[in-house]
Design a protein around this ligand. Structure first.
Ligand SMILES: Nc1ncnc2c1ncn2[C@@H]1O[C@H](COP(=O)(O)OP(=O)(O)OP(=O)(O)O)[C@@H](O)[C@H]1O
Ligand SMILES: [Mg+2]
Length: 276
């Protein structure tokens, strides 16, 4: 999916309508199939940008085009159809209690199915082999029938990524997918995500706090205080540029370790999982 932003400014989804836009006017183009990491200190506007791209919030000013179409000029039905081509994995998504992994993963397909097929799949899951293959990519083979609220935080996060494969969306928008993963798991998960997006021909945009992981993406966008600081190929992201991006926020460059209990199947309740 081709993305064009022309002077697009946006407010955080939870911000008051009268507040100044957290994301200041931004102009850029992302080609179909590109893989882009968005980095920057906390509060830079990364999540706001992702939600604007997901058509989850209307631009305060400027224009968004997805495959040459301004989503905000579409009818409600057309916008709904377009949203079916987008997969947004929020950082802290809602989790239906006691849902099984299979149901959570296959829910990603719902926007593409008829109501009848969706209801049927809740009771008689179809596409089981597909869901299992997606989970296997994220080292979750054998977890298909587990309850999601009995997985570790890191396992839940990886289930969330496996959902992208099932979604059949053209644009994957993933908000901080690695916050509960230890560094080696994080690398494996992001490599599986980028490879899966390539296999599906999807455009992938991910916000990240781990700059070492971000530079595994071909293109890296740096945001600070709602403004574009750089838009570079990974090899152009020098330590000097990172230092400028994170000035006065140097502790964020080091990255926070996973929270205790994360990515270990300890059965503790943790962050809710995205239900598309
Ligand atoms: N709940 C909220 N209500 C109102 N305004 C908010 C809220 N959350 C964030 N904002 C505003 O939006 C700005 C951008 O927030 P956003 O969540 O997009 O940043 P971010 O780069 O994703 O940060 P983080 O790395 O912490 O996730 C913030 O600096 C703040 O001014
Ligand atoms: Mg954020």
């Amino acid at each position: 999916m081709r993305i064009t932003l022309q002077g697009l400014a946006a407010r955080h989804p939870a911000a008051a309508a009268a507040s100044p836009p957290a994301l200041k006017p931004l102009t850029l183009t992302i080609a179909p199939g590109e893989q882009v990491a968005i980095i920057g200190p906390s509060g830079a506007g990364k999540t706001t940008l992702l939600y604007a791209l997901a058509c989850a919030l209307e631009p305060a000013t400027g224009r968004l085009e997805l495959d040459g179409v301004d989503p905000w000029l579409l009818s409600v039905a057309q916008l709904q159809k377009l949203r079916g081509r987008l997969f947004l994995a929020p950082q802290t998504p809602p989790l239906p209690p006691r849902q099984r992994v299979i149901t959570a993963v296959l829910a990603a397909r719902l926007p593409q199915q008829s109501l009848l097929a969706s209801l049927r799949s809740l009771f008689y899951p179809t596409h089981i082999a597909e869901a299992e293959a997606a989970l296997t990519r994220f080292d979750l083979a054998g977890k298909l029938w587990n309850r999601v609220d009995r997985l570790s935080g890191g396992e839940r996060q990886r289930v969330g990524l496996a959902r992208a494969l099932i979604s059949k969306a053209d644009l994957w928008l993933v908000d901080e997918p690695l916050s509960s993963l230890d560094p080696s798991r994080a690398i494996l998960a992001i490599d599986a995500l980028t490879q899966s997006a390539r296999d599906c021909g999807a455009t992938l945009i991910t916000t990240l706090h781990q700059v070492d992981v971000a530079t595994r993406f071909p293109r890296v966008i740096g945001l600070r205080d709602g403004e574009l600081q750089f838009d570079l190929l990974a090899h152009e992201v020098t330590p000097e540029r990172l230092a400028a991006l994170y000035a006065q926020h140097e502790h964020e460059l080091l990255g926070a370790p996973p929270a205790p209990g994360d990515d270990g199947a300890d059965g503790k309740p943790a962050a809710a999982m995205y239900c598309r």
